[in-house]
Design a protein around this ligand. Sequence first.
Ligand code: 13P
Length: 334
Amino acid sequence: MADVTTLQDTAREILADGKGILAADESTGTITKRLEAVGVESTEENRRRFRDLLFTTKDVEERLGGVILYDETVRQDALDGTGMVDLLRGRGIVPGIKVDAGAKDLAGFPGEKVTEGLDGLRERFAEYADLGLRFAKWRSVISVSETLPSATAIELNATGQARYAALAQEAGLVPIVEPESIMDGDHGIDRSAEVTEAVLAATIEALRRQRVALEGVIVKTNMVVSGYGGSDQAGPDEVADRTLQVLHRTIPAAVPGIVFLSGGQDDEQANANLDAIARRGPQPWTVSFSYARALQGRPMSVWGGAEENVAAAQDAFAERVRVTGAANRGEWTR
Ligand code: 13P
């Protein structure tokens, strides 16, 4: 395994000075849905143009310490001919890579998923390390209802997370371990808390069993919120208290960082909640954000695929990064 101190230093570098992570690692299937929703055809060139737009936006390195990429992007050049990975490195942003192959239906367990992508992963990590990538991401998806998840889905996904994380560390990349409990559905915040706690506890236990160094891991999780379909929606103070209670119960202080996904919350809600969490700091770990939709949604719709909108879309992205960075320091105002 790579030296634990090196892994720990990488994790700390990504999250230094209140910085967070941009998740720009949508698989082709996912980005296609997002682009088509704003009327843009999902060609390789359009995906490249959109990612170029994000990565060349001025000053975002002040608030973004890392960007998670998808395999296609790692192999693309920016519009000025620089490799995308080099472009980010040149700005002082640590490049990372999503390595899972997606959450697939779990046979025998209707409505539940297991994440695939372990086959050949050691060899892929060796290549990614050569390409200059320094951290990785693996997302598992846990369905939540009054009866789900099953113990089997929790266990299989936790085992997969740990197998991936051990291989990442062996190759010298910091694994972002992301078990996402999905907040669709009409369950209340108590059920969200109960499931998130069980999932994080099982994940940490699997990491320990498989000898993953917790000092060289970043945990990425959902905030503990009310199911989006429920009538009673918890406000930021309750979300912050419940989220931090679950994290204190499950995540050892050896873990250097915990980052939140936005998970389909609207931009304002995601940042109101992040701000309330930040105001309760300091915590044993660095707490920050790793958003995809809450950072990219607005700029993507402003862009709409049109060259003449690039400057306005970059302004919109810079604004999202600034506001999210403020929330992450507990300085967000509505
Ligand atoms: P959202 O912020 O859109 O939930 O995405 C974060 C992410 O990386 C999910 O894997």
